[in-house]
Design a protein around this ligand. Sequence first.
Ligand SMILES: [Cu+2]
Length: 105
Amino acid sequence: MASADGEATQPQLVDGVQVVEVEAGRMGYQPRQIALEAGVPARLVVTRTVEDECSSQITLPAYDVPTTDLPLGEPVAIEFTPTEAGEVQFVCGMDMQRGTIAVVS
Ligand SMILES: [Cu+2]
């Protein structure tokens, strides 16, 4: 499940949606690097696994995903459609933990 640093995790295509499961845990986001295709709806399913204020919220500013609460142990879906190629980041509520999404067209 965990990929080596530098190797982006590919989504699973579920009913036309690119789905990636993300853990917000002791080591930050896992996976930390995700690859998505532009123009296809995407869903990050994020589960927080640590009692840690830092990872209790997540946001994806580039796609106007509002700051979203992550209750401990409850998967939360973050949905957006990447529109153009490039790298965007998802970050914790305090902008400390980061993950990278490489969007390809
Ligand atoms: Cu934080």
